[in-house]
Design a protein around this ligand. Structure first.
Ligand SMILES: C[S@@+](CC[C@H](N)C(=O)[O-])C[C@H]1O[C@@H](n2cnc3c(N)ncnc32)[C@H](O)[C@@H]1O
Length: 273
């Protein structure tokens, strides 16, 4: 694990208790296994409901693909964080492996899975080194929701994701849109603070409060990937892109800039060649 990722892990371990409290306050996590649409947008849900979308119209559906949904499929979630995606996928009947660098984040997720009676495997690992997992072990890899921003080597992260994916399996990336990362905060208007093409690392000294960043003792490093970085990394990892989408109009208080009119997130769906 490189020193950027070590620092980021330490900060996430320190922040995990406040992150958990925030999720507990929302109190939607108990509903998520039976309401996966609380986590996933329709563009994603359709792949979990209809496996025929995984294959090109000309391809023959493989044996066993007549099942209509993700139930029974092997799924890994990388950088699983609050694990809402993990709980939703497990609720739909998938066999889910949840992978995160922060043992503390995983501890909280393990507790929730136990309370919900869900059988989920939790693994502490850096997404750029998944050597604890064999090649081609999963039908679907899901990642995103502010993971890439902590990763110093996007290509290595996606290479590992696609290595553990079986041929014809799906790689789904749903990330915060890079157009939203570049603005000055709290000026009331859009003013560029960081060049869109400046990738970082950006070094910060923050407290353990990840919800309202304030100066503190934890050093962390952020990396700003562009749209073309994301798309090229999925392609170069060995996938054919089958969907690219941009969506979301909500502007969170934490964003601190008038971002109305910009896409909130993007989705990339790749099929492993
Ligand atoms: C904001 S969460 C993203 C997941 C989810 N969308 C959420 O909101 O909780 C970021 C997660 O990425 C994890 N993370 C950061 N760097 C990582 C790395 N190198 N390998 C694996 N996980 C990492 C952190 O521990 C944290 O749990």
């Amino acid at each position: 694990m490189n020193s950027y990722h070590q620092s980021n892990r330490d900060r996430w371990d320190a922040a995990a208790a406040k992150w958990k409290a925030m999720i507990d306050r929302r109190d939607t996590w108990r509903k998520i296994p039976s309401h996966p649409e609380l986590v996933f947008v329709p563009e994603e849900m359709k792949y979990f409901k209809d496996l025929s979308l995984w294959y090109s119209p000309r391809a023959k559906l493989p044996v066993g693909s007549h099942s209509t949904g993700i139930a029974g499929k092997k799924v890994a979630v990388l950088g699983s964080g609050d694990n809402m995606a993990v709980l939703a996928l497990a609720g739909m009947g998938a066999w889910v492996t949840s992978i995160d660098i922060s043992e503390k984040q995983l501890d909280h997720a393990r507790e929730r899975a136990e309370k919900l009676g869900l059988d989920i495997k939790f693994i502490q690992a850096d997404v750029t080194d998944l050597s604890v997992l064999p090649d081609a072990a999963f039908d679907l890899i899901y990642t995103g929701g502010h993971v890439a921003v902590w990763i110093s080597d996007l290509q290595q992260y996606y290479n590992e994701a696609v290595r553990i994916l079986r041929t014809d399996g799906l790689f789904m990336v749903n990330e915060y849109h890079p157009f939203r990362r570049i603005w000055k905060k709290h000026t009331g208007k859009l003013e560029i603070e960081k060049d869109y093409f400046a990738l970082g690392p950006f070094r910060y000294n923050f407290s353990n409060n990840i919800l309202e960043p304030e100066a503190g003792d934890y050093i962390c490093y952020e990396f700003h990937w562009t749209m073309s970085n994301f798309i090229q990394a999925v392609l170069d990892a060995g996938c054919r892109l089958i969907e690219v989408a941009e969506f979301g109009r909500h502007v969170g208080d934490w964003e601190g800039a008038p971002l109305q009119g910009l896409p909130e997130s993007f989705l990339l769906v790749g099929r492993k060649d």
